[in-house]
Design a protein around this ligand. Structure first.
Ligand SMILES: C[C@H](O)[C@H](O)[C@H]1CNC2=NC(N)=NC(=O)C2=N1
Length: 92
């Protein structure tokens, strides 16, 4: 199981566009249309299933809010940082 990251490690490793909120890292991806947002959600779900690390995702008009934490560890681990980087990679 992944180890919890320290506050310093989180600050150093948090990917572009993401912010820390307590035991989660959060990013809201913006889109021109609802179907673009929902398409991103579907692609992100595939990446999450592939990595077996599942974010909380909320689709709204033109945006998808993604929240990551490692439930098994009770906080933020490299699994969250890695997933955030992967999601940044599929966001054109
Ligand atoms: C048994 C355990 O729930 C699984 O190994 C995976 C599933 N997906 C997961 N997703 C997230 N975000 N955190 C987890 O700890 C986690 N654990």
């Amino acid at each position: 199981m992944a180890d919890l990251l320290s506050d310093t490690e989180i600050a150093e490793r948090i990917p572009d566009g993401w912010e820390r909120e307590g035991d989660e890292i959060v990013r809201t991806y913006e889109f021109d249309a609802y179907l673009d947002a929902s398409g991103f959600l579907a692609a992100a779900a595939g990446v999450a299933e592939d990595a077996w690390h599942h974010p909380e995702m909320t689709v709204r008009w033109g945006e998808v809010e993604v929240r990551l934490t490692t439930h098994d560890a009770g906080g933020i681990t490299d699994n969250d940082v890695d997933m955030a980087e992967r999601l940044n990679g599929i966001y054109e």
